[in-house]
Design a binder for this molecule. Structure first.
Ligand code: NAD
Length: 321
């Protein structure tokens, strides 16, 4: 069995690896070649932690496994990341363990790759202004991956906690782009593409604030009760997602579906657009919304690339099991 450490993943895995792995697995999911198993997530009654598993099988890529992990709110005080995850891969022919891979860096890369895939396939070609809602750990990864997809010339950003906006400003500077902190009305009025990546439980952006033709990638809502945009905006948009069942149950679409404003059948898996089964954006005035709920197969796909690269570079440790 191979062990690929968190440090090795940070050293060898980049945005391009993540983008290719995530685009391919979304396509395999839409074709029915790969499927996610039900998610387990439990409050363990210790250290205020939420812990669980995301798992699945990719028959096309022959990747079987799970991501184990969760959220430990006290970690930051100990100098650790609050979100902790580890991916385990198994041989689909025998069930034997094949690899254990650090999952923290890979989770950020695969989450950013998902919104970048949506921007590639759904944003207007002439998109120039990127709007960022949220300035937490994931936001820098999101911005870096997004700017590779269109010729953006400016980033505008908003965050509930303005003291965190420095992260967006620094990331834009690293990418050679001007950054401006704005209120939500200006953000909606200026941005062609908007990424939401917060842990909000109430709508932040409303339909009235968003221009026709905008593409939104709503990435923060991955749990029942969370919400980043109002249900009217979801209902007005053409909807795409990684996995329809998750979007309707725990994603940004959950509130519009529960209110009867959206039928889950109207949400298209992004893989269908990647494969050319669905045209994606049909007009320059259409609002498109990608509900990125985060699926286990994304984790398995990127982890299997990390294992292959680590073995190739002599950076995977081997242990007999
Ligand atoms: P973080 O803790 O580093 O940052 C949290 C962000 O949310 C900050 O911008 C903070 O200001 C903002 N925020 C907190 N409470 C808020 C509120 N009540 N209203 C509005 N904004 C609020 O978290 P992170 O690691 O950057 O993750 C952000 C979100 O993305 C989380 O909800 C996380 O669960 C989610 N996430 C989703 C996926 C996926 O695949 N879709 C993957 C990883 C993380």
């Amino acid at each position: 069995m191979h062990i690929v450490s968190e440090a090795t993943c940070r050293e060898i895995m980049g945005r391009d690896d993540a983008f290719a792995a995530v685009e391919a697995i979304f396509s395999a999911m839409a074709r029915g070649d790969a499927y996610n198993f039900p998610v387990i997530r439990e409050a363990i009654g210790h250290a205020d932690a939420l812990y669980g598993f995301k798992s699945g099988f990719d028959r096309a890529g022959m990747v079987l496994g799970l991501k184990s992990g969760g959220y430990w709110p006290g970690n930051e005080k100990k100098g650790l990341t609050n979100h902790q995850s580890t991916v385990f891969l198994f041989d689909p022919d025998s069930g034997r363990p094949m690899a254990m891979v650090g999952g923290n860096h890979l989770t950020a890369l695969r989450t950013a790759a998902a919104s970048a895939v949506s921007i590639k396939h759904l944003a207007r070609r002439d998109a120039r202004v990127l709007g960022m809602v949220g300035a937490g750990f994931q936001s820098a990864f999101q911005m870096r991956a997004a700017v590779a997809q269109r010729d953006f010339d400016k980033v505008v950003g908003w965050n509930l906690h303005p003291e965190m906006l420095g992260r967006l400003e620094a990331t834009a500077a690293e990418l050679g782009l001007p950054f401006e902190a704005v209120d939500l009305d200006r953000l909606g009025a200026e941005a062609d593409v908007i990424i939401t990546i917060t842990s909000s439980f109430a709508p932040i952006l409303s339909l009235a604030q968003v221009r026709p033709g905008t593409h939104l990638a709503c990435m923060g809502t991955d749990t029942k009760g969370k919400q980043e945009v109002d249900a009217a905006l979801v209902a007005a948009a053409t909807l795409f997602t990684d996995e329809v069942a998750q979007a309707a149950a725990i994603g940004e679409c959950q509130h519009a579906v529960a209110a009867g404003l959206v039928d889950a059948a109207a949400i298209t898996p992004i893989g269908a657009v990647i494969d050319g089964q669905h045209p994606g954006r049909s007009s320059p005035d259409e609002i498109t919304l990608f509900d990125g709920t985060g699926v286990g197969l994304q984790d398995l796909a990127i982890a299997s690339v990390a294992v292959a690269k680590a073995i190739d570079k002599g950076m995977a440790q081997s242990v007999a099991v």
